[in-house]
Design a protein around this ligand. Structure first.
Ligand code: MN
Ligand code: MN
Length: 328
């Protein structure tokens, strides 16, 4: 059994102190069984504030497969994450109970069945008010995750980081793929159009109508090129102005990063964000009511030296850290 360290033991006003990471001074971080950031499993503690869960589903991809192996690779790359986040000035694993909730079971052959399973599994984790950070999996899973969020919070502000809009209608007549989750979500009113945005959009499209169709769904679009002309600070200000005080859901397709920063993904596009820019924008959400997030489309077979998995693990860490600074 890995040894867990109880942190904050002197704080008797906080009730049961959160169980943090396996102590890296007692057991080196490359040793032991793998959970996200060497945190306890959900069954090891009586309650949680934040669940990190894997969704190993990739039956919705249109090009390179393999994101079903994303959760495992991101967990492995998360061993190096440390207890203090100096950028947000929080101790994300002491200020709240964070757990690894394992992987949700999902049918690898039937997208509609998997979607139901993912929605129910995610709802189980958030129905008591907990926050959720999901490791994908392909982007199809954002649709059932948003449905689960809506059952608790109603429509959310959605900030979607991606090279692609993911609002196509169908692909090979299939209504639910990794290119369509936000069209389906829009049809069901799962997000607040005036409070939502795509960030990092770039690359070739099928038709100019892709952009005009998307605009009708109510998203603001921060094109990747905007980052060059306006910078991280201005992008953050624009996004925060839209989000306001709404419950926030952040969906990160790792292909929003340039292939130099995230080669291991299903549909890479040149000219993307740096990992520093993306971390900067996400840190800019400090103090907002982040209720859920996902990091998707990591396909480890295309990786080199774990570049992509390391980026994804660090993004998940920032998202968990934002939960620690969110209003209660
Ligand atoms: Mn994408
Ligand atoms: Mn996507």
């Amino acid at each position: 059994m890995p040894r867990v360290t109880r942190l904050d033991e002197d704080n008797d006003t906080a009730g049961t102190p959160p169980v943090g990471q396996t102590d890296g001074q007692a057991s080196p971080r490359y040793a032991g069984l793998t959970t996200f950031a060497r945190l306890p499993r959900i069954e090891d503690v009586p309650a949680h504030d934040v669940a990190v869960v894997g969704v190993p589903f990739d039956a919705g991809v249109t090009y390179r497969p393999g994101a079903r192996f994303g959760p495992g690779a991101i967990r492995e790359a998360s061993r190096l994450l440390r207890p203090y986040n100096p950028h947000l000035d929080v101790m994300p694993f002491r200020d709240q109970q964070v757990v690894d909730a394992g992987d949700l079971p999902c049918n690898p052959f039937d997208i509609a069945a998997a979607s139901k399973e993912i929605e129910e599994g995610a709802h189980e984790l958030v129905r008591g008010g907990g926050r959720l950070v999901t490791l994908g999996g392909d982007h199809t899973i954002a649709y059932p995750l948003l449905r689960a969020m809506n059952r608790v919070h109603g429509p959310v502000a959605l900030v979607h980081f991606d090279a692609h809009l993911d609002t196509w209608d169908t692909y090979f007549d299939a209504p639910l793929t990794h290119g369509t989750p936000f069209r389906r979500a829009a049809e069901e009113g799962l997000f607040l159009p005036g409070a939502s945005a795509h960030v990092g959009i770039r690359g070739s499209l099928y038709d100019p109508q892709d952009l005009s169709d998307d605009a009708e769904l109510g998203f603001a679009v921060v094109h990747c090129a905007d980052l060059e002309t306006t910078g991280v600070r201005d992008v953050v200000a624009r996004l925060r102005h839209r989000i306001g005080t709404a419950p926030l859901y952040v969906s990160v397709d790792i292909d929003v990063l340039d292939p130099a920063h995230a080669p291991a993904t299903g549909t890479p596009e040149a000219g993307g964000m740096t990992s520093r820019e993306l971390l900067g924008v996400i840190r800019g959400f400090k103090g907002l009511d982040l209720v859920g997030a996902d990091v998707v489309e990591v396909s480890p077979a295309y990786d080199h030296a774990d570049i992509t998995s390391v980026a994804a693990a660090n993004l998940a860490y920032e998202l968990v850290s934002l939960c620690a600074g969110a209003p209660r």
